[in-house]
Design a protein around this ligand. Structure first.
Ligand SMILES: NC(=O)C1=CN([C@@H]2O[C@H](COP(=O)(O)OP(=O)(O)OC[C@H]3O[C@@H](n4cnc5c(N)ncnc54)[C@H](O)[C@@H]3O)[C@@H](O)[C@H]2O)C=CC1
Ligand SMILES: O=C(O)[C@H]1O[C@H](OP(=O)(O)OP(=O)(O)OC[C@H]2O[C@@H](n3ccc(=O)[nH]c3=O)[C@H](O)[C@@H]2O)[C@H](O)[C@@H](O)[C@@H]1O
Length: 466
């Protein structure tokens, strides 16, 4: 069996960076080079100060400290990285298309195609190309067609090896993956390539957790896994609305149903709505694929997961407005949290963005505090929506680095990310410095009703009427 000695990963993002760091840590005999067109990002990965890495993930900087410069390298020389490697991972972003056919649903495969053309142009020897990005089923076919038409006689084996890590727990997920999925051609060369990649993972993942399938099952399984996970969040969020009308408590319902081993207890936390760069994008992609095969009912079924998520975000914003006597105009509303979940600085598709946008439409004065997200990112997120001018966004929304400053003289606090530090704040002090009545809207269910009510807050928690 072929033992890989040089790996290149195209894309130094939330997946490429942590995944390759862990491969470098666990496979000291393999040289791993992560390349990216974005020179600023590469410079951040190479920064002496490990607190300046472009991605915040618990445990990441410690691994980079151990491996960088030994067998882990970050470079903007994409061609060299490709040329030297026997195995190339493609881990570039595949966002929802914002133009042309499939706009708003299909995955934009522009970056993937650029990578394939780059590999085709540079490669002089046979290579294994691994799809790490999440891709629509049958993308490997397009990749193969581009790679096989180089006219240089170089042979490529294409594997699908989707990533299942969740942000905030990326390192833990990579070190103890539930499974690793490897799809490849059912030919002798395809089998050899699958075995070569399995060997890499088997440095630390038990053999029985490395699953091999055909390419199409692997590509499709990734979209389906995300759709099933997001469906659970939308399912429990739909019930949270019903709980608020019926005096049932969504946490008690989650616990009661989760004890059934057939249902299971994970991913049943009701929230202000799921965010992140993948759930929405991947479900929309699944919807688009189903539609393109004429499977309307299948498309509608999965689209409902997104519709429910939009409803949950809108419901939270509407509730703030109606509770604050039907107007938030000129009222200071503090946001605790902007990231789409705790322990990450990623804000892509975060519910906070949409809730801020809805409140800014009502002329609220929003003040944001998040322990890891930069001011620049917050304004970029809002500007990207295009609802109002960048100047107007900066006039209506402020970003602060102190949670007390955010709370000071505010009418309400909305908790939008479940950062642990929010639980340990001196909520009595916060109550004192807020305007009265002091409202707290807990979109993450991290604070206790009894305690908050005792302190004098008007307290609203998603999925609970009192
Ligand atoms: N973020 C996550 O938690 C997960 C993401 N995924 C999937 O992994 C893929 C990557 O996602 P992220 O790492 O979050 O994206 P990202 O946006 O953080 O990183 C992608 C990187 O690729 C670079 N890039 C784009 N085109 C390039 C090219 N032609 N040549 C060189 N570099 C190029 C970009 O500059 C960027 O730094 C996506 O398909 C996503 O769906 C899968 C599992 C988890
Ligand atoms: O393909 C991807 O990008 C990844 O998408 C998700 O990972 P991620 O989006 O990083 O984070 P999650 O933990 O899944 O959270 C997604 C959103 O759902 C929300 N959520 C999650 C769980 C829950 O019970 N309730 C809930 O509201 C989170 O707050 C967050 O906004 C999947 O969990 C990963 O397996 C997958 O690899």
């Amino acid at each position: 069996m072929k033992k890989i000695t040089k790996i290149c990963c195209i894309g130094a993002g939330y997946v490429g960076g942590p995944t390759m760091s862990v491969i470098a840590l666990k496979c000291p005999e393999i040289q791993v080079t992560v390349v990216d067109l974005n020179e600023k990002r590469i410079a951040q990965w190479n920064d002496e100060d490990l607190d300046k890495l472009p991605i915040y993930e618990p445990g990441l900087k410690e691994i980079v400290a151990q491996t960088r410069g030994k067998n882990l390298f970050f470079s903007s020389d994409v061609d060299k990285g490709i040329d030297e490697a026997e195995m190339i991972f493609i881990s570039v972003n595949t966002p929802t298309k914002t133009y042309g056919k499939g706009k708003g649903q299909a995955a934009d495969l522009k970056n993937i195609e650029l990578c394939a053309r780059n590999i085709a142009r540079v490669a002089k020897e046979d290579k294994i190309v691994v799809e790490k990005s999440t891709l629509p089923v049958r993308t490997a076919e397009a990749l193969k067609s581009i790679l096989d038409n180089t006219g240089k006689g170089v042979k490529f084996e294409i594997l699908s090896n989707p990533e299942f890590l969740a942000e905030g727990t990326a390192i833990e997920d990579l070190l103890n993956a539930d499974r690793v999925l490897i799809g490849g051609d059912e030919t002798a060369a395809g089998q050899a390539a699958k075995d070569a990649l399995s060997w890499v993972y088997e440095h630390w993942i038990p053999k029985d957790r490395v699953l091999q399938t055909n390419v199409w099952s692997s590509e499709l399984s990734k979209l389906v896994a995300n759709a099933f996970l997001a469906q659970r969040v939308s399912s429990i969020n739909s019930i949270s609305a019903l709980c608020e009308k019926t005096d049932a408590n969504v946490a008690e319902v989650s616990r009661a149903i989760g004890f059934d081993s057939r249902i299971g207890s994970k991913f049943l936390n009701s929230s202000v709505g799921f965010g992140g760069s993948c759930f929405q994008k991947d479900i929309l992609n699944l919807v688009y694929i189903a539609k393109s095969f004429g499977l309307t009912e299948v498309a509608d079924y999965w689209e409902q997961v997104i519709i429910m998520n939009d409803y949950q975000k809108r419901r939270f914003a509407d509730n703030i407005v109606s509770t604050l006597y039907n107007t938030v105009s000129g009222k200071k509303i503090a946001f605790y949290g902007w990231a789409f979940k705790k322990d990450t600085n990623d804000t892509r598709e975060s519910a906070a963005i949409y809730i801020a946008d809805a409140l800014l439409d009502e002329m609220a004065q929003v003040v944001v505090y998040d322990p890891k997200v930069k001011e620049e990112t917050i304004y970029n997120d809002l500007d990207y929506l295009g609802t109002r001018s960048p100047e107007e966004n900066r006039r209506l929304l402020k970003v602060v680095s102190d949670p007390m400053e955010a709370a000071e003289q505010s009418h309400a606090i909305a908790i939008l990310t479940e950062w642990d530090e929010f639980k340990t704040y001196d909520w009595q002090k916060i109550h004192e410095i807020m305007l009265k009545p002091a409202f707290v809207f807990d979109g993450r269910r991290i604070l206790e009703n009894e305690k908050m009510e005792k302190l004098g807050f008007k307290f609203y928690k998603i999925g609970q009427s009192h």
